[in-house]
Design a binder for this molecule. Sequence first.
Ligand SMILES: CC(=O)/C=C/C=C(C)/C=C/C1=C(C)CCCC1(C)C
Ligand SMILES: CC(/C=C/C=O)=C\C=C\C=O
Ligand SMILES: [Fe+2]
Length: 559
Amino acid sequence: MGSLILSMQMGTAMHSTRNEPTRLTPVPRLSCRSLLGFPRRQRPAETVRVDVATKQRNIASPWPAVDAEPQQLGKHAAWTSIRQERWEGELQVQGEIPLWLSGTYLRNGPGMWHIADHHFRHLFDGYATLVRLHFDNGRVFAGHRQIESEAYKAARQSNRLCFREFSEVPKTDGFLSYVGELASLFSGASLTDNSNTGVVRLGDGRVVCLTETVKGSIEVNPHTLETVGKFEFSDGLGGLIHSAHPVVTESEFLTLLPDLVRPGYVVVRMEAGSNERRVVGRVECRGGPAPGWVHSFPVTEHYVLVPEMPLRYCIQNLLRAEPTPLYKFEWRPESGSYVHVMCKASGTVVGTVEVPPYVTFHFINAYEVEDEEGRVTAIIADCCEHNADTTILEKLQLKNLRSLAGQDVLPDARVGRFRIPLDGNPIGELDDALDPEQHGRGLDMCSINPSFLGRPYRYVYACGARRPCHFPNALTKIDLLEKKAKNWHDEGSIPSEPFFVAKPGTTEEDDGVVISMVSGKDGHGYALILDGSTFDEIARAEFPYALPYGLHGCWVPNM
Ligand SMILES: CC(=O)/C=C/C=C(C)/C=C/C1=C(C)CCCC1(C)C
Ligand SMILES: CC(/C=C/C=O)=C\C=C\C=O
Ligand SMILES: [Fe+2]
């Protein structure tokens, strides 16, 4: 295996153990009161100060404050850094939270986009902020906390960027340190461990925050949001980058490691309870000098699908100090677009089909199509597809998110449905699963009922658009059978990924609730609960401060 997929023991270790977490600055112990929650309908003890210029509410709390972003005065909370490293308290609930909803929802995302006077450029650069909603008997206890990655701690200590983020590269002084930078890129030492993308609950109960760098896999405590320490893979398999979206079930964790040296992908599997990934199989790229970006991938009951997009990793762009229009990637439509199908049990690649060009961050789901004899003849795979247009990456620059509100500049997206024949036909299809107007031609950040993972399914929850908009500003429930969508929208607010939680014991696919954290237009934020079936709002719980935008969530049931 090549060097970019190779070294994993590189980089700075996070000096912490499960019992002795590292801390940026000493923080007061959580009081029993805050752990147990507050009496119903009572606000937490902290006072709330409203900053008139930003309309952001700042909590006078014992936890460290973060410098405000001066250039951000008056801008939307969604794109404004969190003001404090942590907070916790009970939220006021309007409406009724179903009593069966018992457990913890966690949402990860890049909530801090500056360090001292250095301001990040891209949404994906921000330091990870983990937000928590704990549901108990109709009450909601909430909080947020910065994840104490090495990248975040080093930046806070030295007041400068110290590691390579999605688009940012730390400044080097002169040629010699540039050479050192190259070496440290290939060893992985200079890559970030800022785990700002997703959070998963492993089958053994451990909760891990993730990003696309393997070293950015960080275990957290879902109750206190404390950083427990680095999640160390014990296998020596190597790999500097992986998919930010492993497929996690009660029994396993499956992911893809792109190999930039021998262009291909390694599919790996880790059993619940283990830290050891084992190779399932390897797929060689069909086109281009490097693998396509794999932010996520779908699975069916028997197969792992390996997408090979023409938006490919680019070694030259990885080495550049300044971001290129496509960051570490390049658009190579001439190299072809493919989907590979690997048997989960044997690791054999049973098919590769060429498909029309596509751009996706997020696959939604996939399932097998059988003939009358029960033979699998094709696979259907759905994704949030950006019409093979890479401009969405540029639209996610913070300067655009902060300045283009109200302009109808969000590029169109759709539910892209792949039909991947398994009868030897080398060509697959890609079509709209429904008319994209149903969800305002905006679509990303999706979830499904997890019991339908890899199986025929009907409903998708995602962020959609109410035009005119520059960013997905609605929530949508898509019925793939009726080819219709029902939408939720609150003028001026930015909702994050709608996350479906099934009612215990139910068999109906949409029987449950959908949780989304919303950044409101007037510098406030709230947790929104929609009915999974009617998609009507059933409750909301207001935070006493502004919530920045976030990415992906998970559900941690009470044990
Ligand atoms: C937030 C999100 O969706 C994607 C985050 C992607 C990240 C942080 C990617 C980071 C990378 C590097 C720091 C260097 C190597 C390439 C790449 C994986 C893009
Ligand atoms: C927020 C986003 C796309 C929005 C556009 O429609 C993509 C996030 C990707 C990472 O998780
Ligand atoms: Fe993602």
